[in-house]
Design a protein around this ligand. Structure first.
Ligand SMILES: *Cc1c(COP(=O)(O)O)cnc(C)c1O
Length: 401
């Protein structure tokens, strides 16, 4: 392809000028000279998060001290932010709470799900699932130890493998390596027809595209606060429990999941609803930061976020193919928007070195073993020119001897 047929940067700058979400970029603190395509691992810093955390530290903690549990509403944060995240993932009111990490929440919901299906012993999951999901499932199955086990299958064999012994299907909706997306409603329906429950990990879904948990009749879900949602490093995670499953208890029955934590009662009485999925004292400063990130998504609207995400990823794929055809890249991410999340992945035999060379040029994506280049698109701060600059840098890196 001749150089003159390449898309010019000026053409792409026009897309940013016409982008209704462009003003949101100013709401983030981003370093100069960096093209950040790793918001799927750690979302960027919202200015408002920095301001709110500062206020929470100086005013609420510094001056309010212990009184802030009530006066500053600390006690309400897990459910209040859960309610907001619930709107992003299509949950029924009162069915999401923010607590702990994704890994810990997986343990709680998997255990709860197993207790709903005592006669079934298998947790069915995807062979390529994120490691912590597999580790937690295996750890729980061997700990329960009543003949429970984990069965792994490739993505396309999950639905046909749901059998009479499948208690719960555990799936990450968007594959962290390839960006391929499961049809949440279809798999949930198939599992229910066969008598199994489903736990969805929404780590690469929440903040990436609209999810409709209630519409799909979902059972349980967990998700991450520090990736697309921009909650900050180690931000607490969220957990969704369908209203019909909320009467069961989860095993981490800590005092903050008690109906009256400050009554200091002798016995455990679970809080009504999803509040019982909180275990111990919440990280208030981290929750404060997370709420600022979540508020930006509510303000922008997930439909608009998704629309731009699809356009950014499509443009990036088009530009990379324009510049890097024949350079050994293989697109791993499905081209159909409905079948993918908000990342674009390519396989390349020297992926690790290529990603290092990109970083040296100020383009931050990430490498995932064995040979994957991963680029995440976060429409609230990502620009069309970022896709252009990244594709241009990738072309230069791959053309270098
Ligand atoms: C990032 C990620 C996690 C993270 O779990 P933590 O407990 O927050 O470390 C879990 N599952 C998936 C699919 C992820 O991508």
């Amino acid at each position: 392809m001749s150089a003159s047929s390449r898309t010019l940067r000026e053409e792409v700058e026009r897309l940013d000028r016409e982008d209704p979400l462009a003003p949101f970029r100013e709401r983030f603190l981003l370093p100069e000279g960096i093209v950040y395509l790793d918001g799927n691992s750690l979302g960027a810093l919202p200015r408002e998060a920095a301001a709110r955390v500062e206020r929470a530290v100086r005013e609420e903690w510094g001056k309010g001290l212990i009184r802030s549990w009530r006066d500053a509403g600390w006690i309400d944060l897990p459910l209040r932010i859960g309610e907001k995240i619930g709107r992003l993932v299509g949950a029924e009111p009162g069915s999401v709470v923010v607590a702990d990490s994704t890994s810990v929440n997986l343990f709680k919901v998997l255990a709860a799900a197993l207790s709903h299906r005592p006669e079934r012993k298998t947790i069915l999951t995807e062979r390529g699932n994120f490691p912590t999901d597999l580790y937690i499932a295996e750890g729980l199955a061997s700990f329960v130890g009543k003949g429970h086990s984990v069965r792994t299958e490739p993505a396309e064999k999950i639905v046909p493998s749901i059998g009479r012994d499948t208690a719960v299907v555990l799936l990450t909706q968007v594959d962290y390596r390839t960006g391929a997306r499961h049809d949440l409603a279809r798999v949930t329906g198939e599992a229910h027809e066969r008598g199994a429950l489903v736990v969805w990990d929404l780590a690469h879904s929440a903040g990436a595209f609209p999810v409709d948990l209630a519409g799909a009749g979902a059972d349980f879900a967990v998700g991450c606060g520090y990736k697309y949602l921009c909650g900050g490093p180690g931000a607490p995670a969220f957990v969704y429990v369908a209203p019909r499953h909320q009467r069961n208890v989860q095993p981490l029955s800590g005092w903050f999941g008690h109906a009256a934590p400050f009554a200091f009662e002798a016995g455990y009485r679970p809080a009504p609803g999803v509040g019982r999925y909180v275990c111990g004292t919440s990280p208030i400063l981290s929750l404060t930061a997370l709420e600022a990130g979540v508020d930006l998504f509510l303000e922008a609207g997930m439909d608009r976020v998704r629309e731009k995400s699809v356009r950014l990823a499509d443009l990036f794929v088009e530009l990379v193919e324009e510049r890097c055809g024949g350079r050994g890249l293989a697109l791993l991410t499905p081209r159909e928007p409905a079948r993918r999340g908000s990342q674009v992945s390519f396989a390349h035999p020297s992926a690790e070195g290529v990603m290092k060379a990109l970083a040296a040029r100020g383009v931050i994506g990430d490498f995932r073993p064995p040979d994957i280049l991963r680029f995440g698109f976060a429409p609230l701060y990502g620009r069309f020119v970022d896709a252009w600059d990244a594709a241009e840098a990738l072309g230069a890196v791959l053309a270098a001897p």
